[in-house]
Design a protein around this ligand. Structure first.
Ligand code: ADP
Ligand code: DGP
Length: 263
């Protein structure tokens, strides 16, 4: 099992680095996603042109990001019950996934039980996402919405905050599935530090979290929705529900899947 995981990680990493070396090769997985969608061809009789209207309902990929203790886990759980309550097949995932063998190495590092070079731990976090990539695609294509607690943005923001080059940090994430929406739970590092359980793990230090917040700013794009995470839980919950439901509906109508990293 261990051997299978590491073999597929190597394959996936080599694809990712090939994509980086040649931007055109990024088209390969995009095209393969398009090819696998159901094609409904209809004739446009007035022009004689056959119109290809590929429409395949799928689940939405909704990512929650934010500083430690911004409320991600709390809100992910609430969103899961909300979407399930409306009858949408939904699963809650989180990264790092500490259940896998790679995840266990990450967990030991985060709880200061092991020491690793900054580049090494960065690649392990990324590998932890890659080892779930094909399952993620399968779930989405078969109609399950995934709520994901942290994703590639955490990977880049936390490692860049340590001083690693941001482009180097993004490289191993290229080719992972792009979220349909990133909900960023915005809170000041000082306020987050007042919340329960703060300080248990390696990165939970206010000065470091300030740097992480700056890198999150750099990563923001049009797929992001900024949510004021300092508000009462119920307020935060309502705002997240609105955005998430919109995305779930868009994906039901066949919004195409796309890949990181678009910018
Ligand atoms: P994260 O997953 O981002 O680290 P959690 O969801 O575990 O954050 O929340 C951290 C702590 O803050 C928990 O004790 C939680 O109950 C509390 N919390 C979460 N959201 C709020 C909120 N909006 N207002 C006050 N406390 C909150
Ligand atoms: P969590 O299980 O959400 O509390 O995350 C654990 C810690 O690991 C948290 O401080 C954020 C950090 N983290 C999450 N993902 C990554 C990643 O991909 N790279 C790095 N360097 N840190 C990460």
């Amino acid at each position: 099992m261990k051997r299978i995981c590491s073999f597929s990680s190597v394959q996936l990493f080599s694809r990712s680095f090939r994509a980086l070396a040649s931007p055109r090769s990024l088209n390969y997985p995009l095209q393969s996603l398009k090819r696998s969608s159901v094609r409904m061809e209809s004739s446009n009789f007035s022009s004689g042109v056959r119109t290809d209207t590929s429409v395949k309902p799928r689940g939405a990929l909704i990512v929650l990001e934010g500083l430690d203790r911004s409320g991600k886990s709390t809100q992910c759980a609430k969103l899961l019950s909300f979407l399930e309550g409306l009858g949408h097949p939904t699963e809650l995932w989180r990264f790092p996934d500490r259940e896998t063998s790679v995840g266990q190495m990450i967990s030991a590092y985060l709880s200061n039980k092991s020491q690793l070079d900054d580049h090494t731990i960065h690649l392990l976090f990324s590998a932890n996402r890659w080892e779930k990539r094909s399952l993620m695609e399968e779930k989405l294509k078969t109609g399950t919405t995934l709520i994901v607690d942290r994703y590639s943005y955490s990977g880049v923001a936390f490692s860049s905050a340590k001083g690693l080059n941001i482009d180097w940090c993004k490289a191993p994430e290229i080719g992972l599935l792009a979220p349909d929406s990133v909900l960023y739970l915005d809170i000041s590092p000082e306020r987050a530090a007042e919340r329960g359980g703060y300080g248990d793990e390696r990165y939970e230090r206010v000065e470091f979290q300030k740097k992480v917040a700056d890198f999150y700013q750099t990563l923001r794009d049009s797929s992001w929705k900024i949510i004021n995470a300092g508000e009462a839980m119920e307020e935060v919950e309502k705002k997240i529900q609105e955005v998430a439901l919109d995305k779930v509906k868009e994906c039901t109508k066949g919004k195409p899947l796309s890949l990181l990293w678009s910018s």
